[in-house]
Design a protein around this ligand. Structure first.
Ligand SMILES: CC(=O)SCCNC(=O)CCNC(=O)[C@H](O)C(C)(C)COP(=O)(O)OP(=O)(O)OC[C@H]1O[C@@H](n2cnc3c(N)ncnc32)[C@H](O)[C@@H]1OP(=O)(O)O
Ligand SMILES: O=CC(=O)O
Ligand SMILES: [Mg+2]
Length: 354
């Protein structure tokens, strides 16, 4: 393990210095597209201004015989588009696959200056992050890049979940983690075939009524991802990086998608993936605080003055801890409002500089 003193030193001579803090930029929605799919690529000029992050996916979801076309398509997308404020990410193939190494060897020299983040799938432990950390430093130095590319890991194996803390801590490049419920379910041998979301069999049932033993007993579906997501959020926050919910595969069920995203938002996640254009506005809505919550947060912050002591607001006790909760909401609202005039107007906060 590197000492604290050299943790932030570049891992190759001439590579850019890794960041001390992960810069905050909106990432409520990470929109996936397949760069080998010309119909999808044709839609990008209209999608780029709508999403916080555009991600070219080279891994699962791209046919094996399209892997090279996808990699080459991504280079064309990077060269042919101006991303403005939108982040540009790639999900490369895993480092044990036949394509992972060539993805990195091709993309960093060709379009490294435009890539904000590399999403690495099937991360098992710190050793995977150490590998990509050194390789990226070598490639950045060779390409003469002046800005380090950040790394985002998908938590989608049982071993990865077991090692979540060391994954977050493995490199100053670590930007965040996404939950990968489909691969994780397979790896854990869970018996759901869904891509994220609940399952009608995963429930708790109301106790029997002794006075009506034959009466129907209500059931309540539970969230099978709660444990992993909560664990992931704690690990990310402890290491100053960002947690994300991943994919929701039932594209037609926009209601359940919104519910799953909101569960993640309430637990601390900052965004989720969109697999289809219909999921973009769901993620943006869910991961932006609601107007009523922003108004409440302002009220509590105002009532708390210097932020210490205890006061009553609308019949509820507010104190040093609850004002911190309100500041979390207000801080996110302010950051989003500073980039989005509509949200600024809705929240009554300062908008983008003219
Ligand atoms: C577990 C995991 O690893 S999840 C991550 C990997 N999976 C992915 O990235 C999947 C990405 N999404 C997709 O491949 C597609 O959205 C699918 C297969 C789910 C559905 O695709 P379709 O059946 O074509 O959906 P649909 O007919 O509703 O699409 C409407 C239009 O939106 C386009 N579109 C669909 N998804 C996207 C997208 N993600 N980005 C841009 N355009 C898209 C379609 O090409 C289609 O264009 P057209 O009107 O010109 O024909
Ligand atoms: O990559 C995502 C997943 O759910 O698996
Ligand atoms: Mg996966």
């Amino acid at each position: 393990m590197r000492s604290a003193k050299d943790f932030f030193a570049p891992l190759a001579v001439g590579a850019p210095t890794p960041p001390r803090d992960i810069p905050w930029r909106p990432s409520r929605v990470i929109h996936f597209f397949d760069p080998s799919n010309e119909k999808m690529a044709a839609k990008l000029p209209g999608l780029i201004p709508r999403v916080d992050v555009l991600l070219g996916n080279l891994e699962d979801g791209v046919r094996a015989d399209n892997k090279i076309a996808a990699r080459e398509g991504l280079v064309k997308v990077a060269e042919g588009n101006d991303f403005g404020e939108t982040q540009f990410w790639v999900r490369v193939n895993s480092i044990d696959s036949p394509w992972g190494l060539d993805d990195l060897l091709t993309l960093v020299p060709a379009i490294g200056a435009k890539l904000d983040v590399i999403m690495l799938p099937k991360v098992q432990g710190a050793e995977d992050i150490h590998y990509i950390d050194r390789l990226l430093a070598q490639l950045e130095a060779k390409a003469g890049l002046t800005r380090p590319i950040l790394v985002h890991a998908i938590l989608e194996t049982a071993r990865g979940v077991g090692n979540v803390e060391e994954i977050c801590a493995a490199s100053p490049r670590m930007q965040g983690l996404s939950l990968g419920p489909a691969d994780l379910a397979a790896d854990r041998r869970m018996k759901t075939t869904r891509v994220g979301g609940g399952h009608p069999g995963y429930l708790v049932r109301q106790d029997p009524n002794p006075d009506a033993p034959d009466a129907v007993r209500a059931t309540f579906q539970q969230d099978p991802w709660h444990y992993t997501l909560a664990r992931m959020v704690d690990a990310c926050v402890a290491h100053g990086i960002m947690p994300y919910y991943g994919p929701f595969g039932d594209i037609a069920d926009v209601t359940a998608c919104e519910d799953q995203f909101r569960n993640a938002f309430l637990l601390g996640a900052v965004g989720a993936w969109s697999l289809h254009p219909v999921q973009i506005d769901i993620a943006k809505k869910v991961f932006s605080p609601e107007v009523k919550d922003v108004e409440w947060a302002k009220k509590v912050v105002d009532a708390m003055g210097d932020g210490t002591g205890a006061v009553m607001v609308n019949g509820t006790m507010q104190d040093d801890a609850s004002v911190k909760q309100c500041r979390v909401i207000l801080d996110l609202a302010r950051r989003l409002a500073a980039r989005d005039a509509d949200l600024a107007a809705a929240y009554g906060l300062a908008g983008p500089a003219a």
